[in-house]
Design a protein around this ligand. Structure first.
Ligand SMILES: Nc1ncnc2c1ncn2[C@@H]1O[C@H](COP(=O)(O)OP(=O)(O)OP(=O)(O)O)[C@@H](O)[C@H]1O
Length: 414
């Protein structure tokens, strides 16, 4: 059923639903558009509406072949909507679900497109903050490129920032999708351009492997892995490609490549990857490092309340997720030192070449011991980092103090 959005747009048919709202196929004065209608509870939040209007210029200003442009912002009664270019195709999550792993050439071509889009955004001072396969659209009407991949476009710019908490509390909250969150966000530091590079490298790893490097299990465990664990090489991956992934998954933001460089370096690899089949990797079982069963950091939901779905589990006991129905986002408090110390039992996931023995052998037990030692050291590092995060939080209201989330004006440098 058609629905009017403001005075200029009509929404015809639902294209999909996300955590922040529903995307409609619509019509505007200049032709077909995609309209993202934000959830009612977000639309009725006066502060968010204020930010929405404030962000107008930054959101509307981004024009790039690999970015889904926002054409208009509509604030009309209870409706809050972003009007975007319509991309006729599918999102990368759907393709990944269908194919499980992509041939390296196609994966690299897609990620190079997104890196180029990010480079333009970062140059304009915009940090995306929620790079993940769901936010990468494949334009099936665009010409197929290397590996037969259609052009990839990054969408949802600015949405993570819009639904973020007020500035004064921002440094104490984590907003995002756990599998793609850079370690410095877990540590409570403000998101800079380099968080997008980390998330994009995670996407590249996922396209090649079929799973993310630090995902699996409780969101709290996922967050800890970002800070404490190092990524394990994928069997059969060309070394040049692996080195790029490792560099962009560096724990230190300054060690990661800039988006423009990442795009260029990935494109240089394309000829070498031509015709290479998907990597032969088995998804690792989640190997428990400690013998004792892992205790969830948060208790079970009270009787009568449904268990929150993936990504919506509070990291800290008693903390309520912003929206338990969110499928892919999480809203958590930055864990305190006690909570981290109590949750130091982690899990480690190591990819295996297809057919290789599962973990549990004497060799793997030795590796688990090494990881346990590393995890202990990592926890110390994390505790120190939380100290820094706390400093950032307490400095948040002081105009002259330390680093801050400048959001749309965040420096594009890592
Ligand atoms: N500009 C667009 N053109 C065509 N389809 C779109 C466009 N933007 C989004 N979609 C489709 O709408 C669906 C919902 O998108 P939306 O951005 O709301 O959610 P998401 O990114 O999947 O999840 P989340 O918001 O939780 O991150 C997506 O599956 C996507 O395929």
């Amino acid at each position: 059923m058609a629905r009017k959005i403001g005075s200029r747009y009509t929404a015809h048919q639902i294209l999909g639903r996300g955590s922040a709202g529903t995307v409609w196929l619509g019509e505007g004065p200049e032709g077909p558009v995609a309209i993202k209608l934000l959830r009612e509870d977000l639309a009725s939040d006066q502060e968010l509406v204020g930010r929405f209007v404030q962000e107008r210029t930054a959101l509307l200003g981004l024009e790039h072949p690999h970015v889904v442009s926002v054409r208009d912002l509509v604030v009309d009664g209870n409706d809050l909507a972003l009007v975007m270019d319509l991309v006729r195709g599918t999102d990368l999550r759907t393709r990944l679900d269908r194919e499980r792993r992509l041939p390296p050439e196609a994966a690299v071509a897609i990620v190079a497109d997104v890196a180029d889009g990010l480079a333009a955004a970062h140059a304009a001072g915009v940090v995306h903050r929620d790079v993940k396969p769901e936010n990468i659209l494949l334009d099936m009407e665009g010409p197929p490129g290397p590996g037969g991949s259609h052009p990839a476009l990054l969408t949802d710019f600015g949405v993570a920032k819009l639904i973020d908490t007020p500035r004064r509390t921002r440094a104490t909250k984590i907003i995002g999708t756990p599998d793609y969150l850079a370690p410095e966000i877990v540590e409570g530091l403000p998101p800079r351009a380099s968080v997008d590079i980390y998330a994009l490298a995670t996407v590249l790893y996922e396209l090649l492997a079929g799973f993310t490097p630090f995902g699996g299990g409780h969101p709290g465990a996922v967050l800890r892995r970002h800070v404490t664990e190092t990524v394990v090489p994928l069997p059969g991956i060309p070394d040049e490609l692996w080195q790029l992934i490792v560099q962009c998954l560096a724990k230190a933001p300054a060690s990661r490549l800039r988006a423009s460089e990442l795009g260029a370096r990935l494109r240089e690899l394309l000829p070498m990857l031509a015709g290479m089949p998907p990597l032969d990797v088995d998804e690792p079982g989640t190997e428990t490092v400690e013998e004792a069963p892992e205790e969830p950091l948060a208790g079970p939901p009270p009787a009568g309340e449904p268990a929150p779905r993936r990504g919506a589990v509070p990291l800290v006991p008693g903390a309520k997720p912003a929206d338990a129905n969110r499928d892919t986002h999480t809203s958590m408090r930055v864990p305190g030192p006690d909570e981290l110390a109590g949750g130091a039992r982690g899990t480690a996931r190591a990819p295996r070449a297809a057919g290789a023995p599962r973990p549990g052998s004497a060799r793997n037990r030795a590796a688990a011991r090494r990881r346990r030692a590393a995890l202990g050291a990592g926890t110390l590092v994390l505790l120190a980092a939380i100290g820094i995060g706390t400093w950032a939080a307490t400095g948040g209201d002081d105009a002259d103090a330390g680093p801050r989330d400048t959001g749309d004006s965040a420096p594009a440098s890592p």
